[in-house]
Design a protein. Structure first.
Length: 132
């Protein structure tokens, strides 16, 4: 499963997409929007055709480099609030060491080469007080 989408990431579907009987390890990395002072969300933009192509190539490279069985990568687009999931990478392999290594390498490569840009959304949510 390789995707960039506006909808929330279905983590169970991402996990299921890499399940195999010959895999003894599945690693799931979930990147979330953290609460930094003044930040209430991140806006993600993408050049979709190139991003899908890059993510697909990256997953294939990980399989060759680390000998893992499967890899899925899903990234959000649009506005993701603090606490929201922005990216999920699932890897399945025979053993945990190469599976963890592949997942970490893939996240580093996503940040380095995939054409996805983020913009911080600052400010606090507006609150309206009712009159008495």
């Amino acid at each position: 499963m390789i995707d960039v989408r506006r909808a929330r990431i279905d983590l169970e579907a991402v996990l299921d997409s890499v399940r195999r009987d010959d895999a003894g390890a599945i690693v799931l990395f979930v990147g979330t929007v953290r609460s930094d002072e003044g930040i209430r969300a991140l806006d993600y933009e993408v050049y979709r055709p190139m991003a899908i192509k890059s993510l697909t190539a990256l997953a294939e490279q990980a399989k060759e480099k680390f000998g893992i069985a499967e890899m899925s990568i899903v990234h959000r687009l649009g506005r993701v609030p603090v606490g929201g999931d922005s990216v999920a990478i699932a890897c399945a392999g025979i053993h945990r060491a190469e599976t963890f290594a592949a997942c970490e390498w893939a996240m580093d490569e996503v940040k380095r080469i995939v054409p996805i840009w983020k913009t911080e959304v600052e400010g606090r949510a507006k609150s309206v007080r009712g009159s008495r």
